[in-house]
Design a protein around this ligand. Structure first.
Ligand SMILES: Cc1cc2nc3c(=O)[nH]c(=O)nc-3n(C[C@H](O)[C@H](O)[C@H](O)COP(=O)(O)OP(=O)(O)OC[C@H]3O[C@@H](n4cnc5c(N)ncnc54)[C@H](O)[C@@H]3O)c2cc1C
Length: 448
């Protein structure tokens, strides 16, 4: 099997020297950090983006590549509509083909009850002018002519898109660099440098940078980073397995999911396949601490999570990972440059079988590679995008809960404006940090 396109072995592409000071330091070179740096640089800020491993080495390259409005939380949807526009613009500003394609997203329904759940989401789409509609059984058959299976119908959004994430996010980083962002891979931020109770800089493995504004976009590492500063963020990371087929003819234009499998055609000719509604949680101290806040989610989907007793060594929530450290010695971030979890091989075999069964007319194919990513998720399955009042000068953009790739450019634009003290253009109340502690009752984002 071919290896995943971005790993610790990938050559360093961004190696700017560290400045002594900057207006803003962004921690984490995933789609959120990259887009934040991009919009800050465009606004004329001096910005440094620091990535412990490789740009997009973790979730931001490992995802399915769906740029999806469909099924979003009502408070996320206007942001996602904005993100679609950014994607279209940014795709014209790269010198690479990021595979941006408007093929739509389709959720297939096994029965009328599922169709009714889909119908409940239509007013959310209509409120934002999104073109989502219900397809009848006949329309669904016409959309997927090659399948032997019949469905009760589907939820379909024609304006949804896809892109190749391992190409797209590094390409966005190149745009940010051209706009003036200084980007450095292989440079972990060990901790914040605090003075008089507020951010005065960051301590990195390559030295200190003075700054009064830091954005933490650390994905699956954000909770660990904050814990070292005494701030609790109830965030868990779950392993999600993905596989790629050898080249196959197109059986559908866009992203498609039923209750068992999700798939989309890729620019390189294969399919990206993933199991529907399945992920694995490695138990560790943070998981145990946060689990009570996740009970609503676990009750709503009792069979979606499989529990595993121990995370691999060096993972953010492995039993042996340090929870406290200082800036003058290597931190857990330097011990694990790129989270590269092993995929679940039984699921990979199962994906091949399910896809072949769903499209019996397809020629023989193989799985050419399989990989996994650690998804950072919040108890209510929506992100945290907020200033951290306990650490003035720190802004948090994390917990994208499995759907941060598509929305990333707009979240980056919002975080940039938040840091600069500008209006963000959206109601972000839903994404505030203190919702887990201010007595608000849990409202789960739609599990669509
Ligand atoms: C299998 C899978 C499928 C998915 N499918 C989709 C999809 O189809 N559509 C969609 O919209 N979303 C999808 N997602 C979710 C999406 O990929 C994530 O929400 C998004 O990439 C999160 O971006 P991020 O920048 O917050 O985090 P990440 O991409 O995880 O980036 C965080 C970065 O911070 C770095 N970092 C952490 N701590 C430090 C530190 N102290 N110093 C320096 N660097 C640090 C890490 O190395 C990492 O590179 C999927 C995710 C997975 C794993």
């Amino acid at each position: 099997m071919t290896p995943f396109p971005i790993s610790e072995q990938t050559s360093v592409r961004f190696s700017d020297p560290l400045p002594a000071e900057a207006d803003v330091v962004v921690i984490g070179g995933g789609v959120i950090g990259v887009c934040t740096a991009l919009f800050l640089a465009r606004a004329g800020q001096s910005v440094v983006l620091l990535e412990k491993g490789r740009i997009a080495g973790e979730q931001s390259s490992r995802n399915w590549g769906w740029i999806r409005q469909q099924g979003r939380d009502p408070d996320e949807l206007p942001i996602m509509v904005e993100a679609n526009q950014h994607w279209r613009n940014l795709a014209t500003q790269t010198n690479r083909d990021i595979g941006l394609t408007q093929g739509g997203v389709t959720y297939l329904a096994d029965n009328d009850a599922q169709m009714a759940r889909y119908a409940d989401w239509l007013p959310v789409a209509q409120a934002q002018g999104v073109d989502t509609r219900l397809l009848t059984a006949a329309e669904t058959r016409a959309l997927l002519p090659g399948t032997g299976k019949s469905y009760a119908g589907a939820l379909h959004t024609a304006s949804d898109m896809r892109a190749e994430p391992w190409v797209a996010v590094p390409a966005l980083a190149e745009i940010a660099a051209r706009a003036g962002a200084q980007i450095r891979e292989g440079c972990a931020v060990r901790c914040l440098d605090l003075a008089a109770g507020r951010v005065a800089g960051v301590v990195t493995e390559a030295g200190r940078i003075a700054t009064s504004e830091v954005v933490l976009a650390g994905g699956a590492w954000s909770s660990l980073f904050l814990r070292n500063h005494g701030v609790a963020l109830p965030q868990l990371s779950v392993r999600a397995t993905v596989a790629k087929t050898t080249d196959l003819p197109a059986v559908a234009a866009g992203g498609v999911a039923d209750n068992r499998i999700a798939f989309r055609h890729r620019a390189d000719g294969g399919y990206t396949l993933a199991p529907g509604g399945f992920h694995e949680l490695f138990l560790g101290w943070d998981a145990l601490r946060a689990l009570p806040k996740f009970l609503t989610q676990l009750r709503a989907d009792p069979f979606g999570t499989r529990f595993l007793p121990t995370a691999p060594k060096g993972y953010p929530d492995a039993w042996g990972t340090a929870r406290r450290w200082s800036g003058d010695a290597p931190s857990p971030f330097e011990n694990q440059r790129v989270l590269n979890p092993q995929p679940n091989t039984a699921k990979v075999r199962d994906l091949k079988r399910k896809f072949a069964t769903l499209f019996p007319q397809l020629p023989q194919f193989d799985i050419s590679h399989a990989w996994a990513g650690m998804i950072d998720t919040m108890p209510d399955v929506v992100p945290v995008v907020d200033r951290v009042s306990a650490l003035p000068g720190l802004t948090l953009g994390t917990g994208m809960s499995g759907h941060g790739f598509g929305i990333g450019p707009a979240m980056g634009r919002i975080l940039a404006d938040m840091v600069m003290g500008n209006p963000t253009g959206h109601d972000l109340t839903r994404f505030r940090f203190n919702r887990f502690t201010d007595g608000t009752s849990m409202r789960l984002g739609p599990a669509l």
